[in-house]
Design a protein around this ligand. Structure first.
Ligand SMILES: [Zn+2]
Ligand SMILES: [Zn+2]
Length: 377
């Protein structure tokens, strides 16, 4: 495989990042590469998603998925291939994921070291917009009924050449909450004549933040972070309204359910205590990402074969970050692996302005994904 050529391909994507559901240039490059490689190609699924198919006789249908979108943030790597688009940056390495999956397609098309069908799934809008859900809703697995799917993500916290994959929950669910308190405006010097929504919001932020520690089983990791509070316009007026917003993450459906109920219960109790009204919006976004046991065993074997027997980092704990590959895993058995990319020059975490995908990961990812396909089910 021509690693240098694929590294330049990746750097071109990096210079031309595109946000979720707007990955038109990226999609066109993916489709052109898949056709050159000899895949049949389906475009326009979930707007900018692309699916390539490679057949080698009878056998299982195995899906491999990469995400395509960039983040709305400004790059500070100082690399020669720095983003040319203001405020848009491949800060999560999806430029690298696209490249790894295309290089895998090229490798498998050349070696034919598999039986059956490989489906290369290029998914738009992973960064909070649920492109994975839209692909499933638009019939991805009806048209490509995969027996198994694999997903992957680079991980700067793990050294290059290592990997982490576990059976069961691997990434958290992700929900958004917004609680609005409706009171009565008044003079700040006469709070008894007003009904203060600001103090209610402040109390609620404290109570919500500590609810996981007292309501959820300590063995079931979860977190509730209040990340914004808004209300008021000046120092001497109690406003009529204040709101807070935040996010809930959990590694089990039970913990998620408890916290959803707690948000409403606590907000209403605090509103009553302050004599104000409240309205709660709880938006369920991504489910828990759960690795299926047999697919996980297969992916572990593939990673061990490709990276060496000591490459699997079994002390790596599941992340409370979310990943919309969870929607695909809810529809089709499979597993998701983190591939280490950390070295002396790639230590910045994803979503950091100094982050860059490590091109040395490309051949390693190709070997892991190809081994996973080659061994069948
Ligand atoms: Zn990300
Ligand atoms: Zn990502």
């Amino acid at each position: 495989m021509n690693t240098t050529a694929w590294a330049s391909f990746r750097r071109d994507l990096h210079q031309n990042p595109e946000l979720g559901f707007k990955e038109h240039r990226t999609a066109a490059k993916i489709a052109a590469s898949l056709r050159r490689i000899g895949c049949s190609v389906e475009e326009g699924i979930a707007q900018t998603g692309v699916v390539g198919t490679l057949v080698n006789g009878p056998g299982p249908m195995i899906g491999l998925r990469a995400d395509m979108d960039a983040l709305p943030m400004t790059e500070a790597t100082g690399k020669p291939w720095t983003s040319q688009i203001d405020g848009v940056f491949h800060g999560c390495g999806h430029d690298g994921h696209v490249t790894c999956l295309l290089a895998t397609a090229e490798h498998l098309a050349k070696t034919r070291a598999f039986c059956g069908t490989v489906v290369f799934i290029f998914q738009p809008a992973e960064e909070g917009h649920g492109g994975g859900r839209v692909m499933v809703e638009e019939g991805l697995f009806d048209r490509h009924p995969c027996d198994r799917i694999y997903g992957f993500h680079n991980m700067p916290l793990l050294p290059l050449g290592t990997a982490a994959v576990k059976s069961g929950p691997m990434m958290a669910s992700f929900d958004e909450l917004r609680v609005t308190f409706h009171g009565e405006a008044g003079h700040a010097a006469a709070p008894h004549l007003a009904r203060d929504p600001v103090l209610a919001a402040a109390d609620c932020a404290v109570a919500l933040s500590r609810s996981p520690a007292r309501r959820v089983d300590p063995h079931a990791p979860s977190v509730l972070s209040v990340t914004q509070i808004h209300g008021g316009t000046t120092h001497n007026v109690i406003p009529a309204e204040a709101w807070l917003g935040g996010t809930v993450r959990a590694l089990s459906a039970e913990a998620r359910q408890i916290l959803e109920e707690e948000v409403t219960r606590i907000s209403q109790a605090i509103a009553a205590q302050h004599g104000v009204e409240c309205s709660v919006v709880y938006d369920r976004r991504f489910p828990v990402l759960v690795n299926e046991p047999e697919a996980t065993a297969a992916l572990r074997a593939a990673a061990g074969q490709a990276l060496g027997p000591n490459a699997l980092m079994d002390d790596f704990r599941p992340l409370l970050a979310a990943e919309d590959f969870a929607f695909m895993l809810a529809a089709c058995p499979g597993a998701y692996i983190l591939l280490g990319q950390g070295d002396d020059t790639h230590h910045a975490m994803v979503h950091n302005p100094g982050y860059d995908f490590n091109d040395q990961l490309i051949p390693l990812a190709v070997n892991v994904l190809s081994a996973a396909v080659s061994q069948g089910l």
